[in-house]
Design a protein around this ligand. Structure first.
Ligand code: PXP
Length: 241
C-alpha cells in the first residue's frame, strides 16, 4: 500500500510571516502522525524562509515515523543531514527567487557528482531520493547516480489548466513511473497533489509514497489538521499496491 508523507513547511511559512513562535511545525508533525501520516517532510532551504534548523532537530527527536529531509545538494546541507541522520534525504533543486520548488533536479551529466554526494549519506544508512521530472534521460541518470528512490515531480501535471495539457503531463508521469520501476528504482510522487488530482494515480501500482503539503494545510484551515490528514490517508489507502 502506498503511504503518505506530510510536508509541514507550510506551517513554518505561516509562523515566519510574523517571525514568531506559532503555529509550531513540530506540533503539526506530531498531529499528522497521530492522524496516520507515515512520514514527515521538511525542506530546509538555504535561505531558511520557512523551516528552521531547530525545526529539523526537534522533528528528528520527536518524530515516531520517518523524517524526510528535502534539501539542495550543497556541502552545508550534507553536513546537516549527516548530523541529523533522517531516514530519508530527498535532493531538490533550489533557486532563491522561486515561490516553491519549480522543477526537478538535473541529474544528466551529474551522475558521478551526485553519487559522490550521496555516498557518505548512504554510509550512515540514510536512504536517498532524487526529485526529478518524468523525463526518461533524467530517470536513467538518477539511476546511474545510485539512488534507491526517485520522487517524480507532479507539479506540471497539477498546474496544467486545461484537459489536453493535463493529460499530456499525466501520460509523461505514467511512462516515467514505468521506466523507473523497470530499471529498479522505487518511485514516490509529489508536488501540487490534492484531494482531486491525486485520483489519477489510484490504479498505478508500486508507488511507494505520496509527498503532500499544501493541499493538506489548505484544507486544515477549514477542517482542522487531524481531519485533513485523515482524509488524505484514507484516500491513499484505497490506492493500488
Ligand atoms: N515534494 C517536493 C520535492 C517538494 O519540494 C514539495 C514542496 O515543498 C512537495 C513534495 C510538496 O508539494 P505541495 O506542498 O505542493 O504538496
Amino acid at each position: 500500500m502506498p503511504v503518505l508523507a506530510v510536508n509541514v513547511d507550510h506551517v513554518a511559512t505561516l509562523r515566519q510571516a510574523r517571525m514568531g513562535i506559532e503555529p509550531e511545525p513540530v506540533a503539526a508533525a506530531y498531529m499528522a502522525e497521530m492522524a496516520g501520516a507515515t512520514g514527515i517532510t521538511v525542506h530546509l532551504r538555504e535561505d531558511r524562509r520557512h523551516i528552521q534548523d531547530r525545526d529539523v532537530e526537534l522533528i528528528r527527536k520527536t518524530c515516531n515515523t520517518r523524517v524526510h529531509l528535502e534539501m539542495a545538494a550543497t556541502k552545508e546541507m550534507q553536513g546537516i543531514a549527516l548530523g541529523i541522520v533522517p531516514e530519508f534525504v530527498c535532493l531538490v533543486p533550489e533557486k532563491r527567487q522561486e515561490l516553491t520548488t519549480e522543477g526537478g533536479l538535473n541529474c544528466i551529466g551529474r551522475e558521478t557528482e551526485l553519487a559522490e554526494y550521496l555516498a557518505p549519506l548512504h554510509e550512515k544508512k540514510i536512504r536517498s531520493s532524487l526529485f526529478i521530472d518524468a523525463e526518461p534521460k533524467q530517470i536513467e541518470a538518477a539511476s546511474a547516480a545510485g539512488t534507491e528512490f526517485i520522487e517524480i515531480h507532479t507539479g506540471h501535471y497539477a498546474d496544467a489548466k486545461e484537459f489536453t495539457a493535463r493529460k499530456k503531463e499525466l501520460t509523461k508521469i505514467l511512462d516515467g513511473i514505468k521506466l523507473a520501476q523497470d530499471i529498479g528504482l522505487k518511485v514516490n510522487l509529489g508536488h501540487g497533489l490534492n484531494y482531486r488530482n491525486i485520483l489519477a494515480f489510484k490504479d498505478v501500482k508500486g508507488i511507494q509514497e505520496y509527498s503532500i503539503g499544501h493541499a493538506i494545510m489548505a484544507r486544515a484551515i477549514f477542517s482542522g489538521l487531524d481531519r485533513a490528514v485523515r482524509d488524505m490517508v484514507t484516500l491513499v489507502r484505497t490506492f493500488a499496491d
